[in-house]
Ligand binder design. Structure first.
Ligand code: FAD
Length: 376
């Protein structure tokens, strides 16, 4: 259930809510959000900027799950993205500079853009892309092994999600947003024109509710969001280094941070909610990276980790109203860091009844029920 009517039916004496609140010590907020990942926090900032009072609930720490496990590529023009994602990806990429400026203004923490170019290899050169020459490739990634891949260049940025993890919760708090950590939402229902929220720290009532609980979203929303595990490894950048470019192929990517670290990713696994790092998977990633760019073989491993991407059956996010006072924002799979500012903008527009920046018909909650009914 997304936001369900209480089984007891609408409260009959709702007019007495003030007296009831006093007895139950119910706390109130205008907008409640589950999940302090990048999606929940970006939505909160956008809504607080529009003058709404927002409370975020996270059962752990803000930005501690998929949002800090990510590689941080803002892969708006990756030809491997689903075509239906493009308008949202482009909207988000356009909003990113202002999004980062606002975070810095509020938090005092800069989130630097760490790379501005991608060298991507695919089996077939996509239309409208020009193949790089061997000399161009050698300058960007000295020692690269191209094998059967054809390489082209994209003007695409990356950032370190750990910079965002340090800055975004701070920015939210500076904006007056309440971020309640270690507070799990256990049930949500629409009742008497309001939203009742049961949490591990008592009951809250909100005028509006946003589901943004990442890979765990199915539990409260009933939508078919499932976790896709991604394992990653960080190495010290070898010499000669990548010339400030991300190197991406169908099986692996290497993302230099510009400070002597290179992140190598990532597995895509159906492993439920397991976040164990397996040495075999890490060794596999290192092998794939070295096959593409052999200098990696000489580099020292610094760290490895795993995170859970929130995935939908069709690879597209859900950004939609899912009740009179409930909205859903999730299922951003491999692109949630990129898509956060665009998602936040669309949520604000939906909630405040403003014209939508882009057509959102591909991102509806109802599409899964429709697909199930068609038997697809
Ligand atoms: C290995 C890896 C690499 C990636 N690389 C990239 C990349 O390069 N570029 C990119 O754009 N994206 C990338 N992604 C995807 C991106 O990280 C995700 O799409 C994005 O972080 C999802 O954000 P979220 O806020 O929906 O989820 P999360 O960040 O997981 O946040 C969800 C939050 O909800 C909380 N929560 C869950 N249930 C409850 C509850 N009942 N009550 C209260 N709180 C709850 C959790 O504690 C969590 O903090 C990558 C992901 C992984 C794992």
């Amino acid at each position: 259930m997304l936001c369900r009517e209480t089984a007891r039916g609408p409260a009959r004496d709702w007019g007495c809510s003030r007296a009831r609140n006093k007895i139950d010590d119910v706390k109130r907020t205008e907008v409640a959000i589950t999940g302090g990942g990048i999606i929940g926090l970006s939505a909160a900032l956008e809504l607080a900027d529009a003058g709404l009072r927002v409370t975020i609930f996270d059962r752990g720490r803000g930005m501690a799950e998929a949002s800090s496990a990510a590689a941080g590529m803002l892969a708006a023009s990756d030809p491997e993205n689903p075509a239906a994602l493009r308008p949202l990806a482009e909207l988000s990429a356009r909003l990113y500079p202002k999004f980062l400026e606002r975070i810095e203004e509020l938090s005092g923490e800069r989130v630097p853009i760490r790379t501005r170019r991608v060298i991507q290899g695919m089996l077939e050169l996509p239309e409208d892309f020009q193949e790089l020459t061997e000399a161009e490739l050698e300058t960007a990634a000295p020692g690269i092994v191209t094998e059967e891949l054809r390489f082209f260049s994209l003007d695409e940025e990356s950032l370190d999600p750990r910079d965002l993890a340090a800055a975004l919760p701070k920015a939210a708090r500076a904006m007056g947003i309440t971020l309640l950590e270690d507070t799990e939402i256990t049930e949500v229902r629409e009742r008497g024109g309001e939203i009742e929220i049961d949490t591990s720290a008592g009951r809250w009532v909100a005028e509006k509710f946003i589901h943004a609980s990442g890979a765990w979203a199915a539990r409260l929303s009933g939508l078919p969001i499932t976790p896709r595990k991604g394992q990653m490894v960080m190495v010290e950048e070898p010499r000669p280094a990548l010339a400030g470019v991300v190197l991406r192929s169908p099986g692996v990517y290497l993302v230099p941070r510009g400070d002597g670290r290179v992140v190598i990713g990532a597995t895509v696994e159906d492993a439920g909610f397991d976040k164990q790092v397996e040495q075999k998977a890490i060794a596999g990633l290192l092998d794939k990276a070295a096959a593409l760019w052999p200098p990696v073989r000489q580099s020292r491993m610094v760290e490895s980790w795993a995170g859970l991407r929130p995935a939908t059956p069709d690879g597209l996010p859900v950004i939609d109203a899912c009740g009179e006072r409930c909205w859903f924002a999730g299922g951003h799979f491999r692109n949630g860091i990129l898509l956060a500012p665009g998602t936040a903008r669309l949520l604000r527009e939906m909630i405040l009844g403003e014209p939508l920046s882009i057509d959102v018909s591909d991102f509806g909650c109802g599409r899964f029920a429709a697909a199930a009914a068609r038997g697809s």
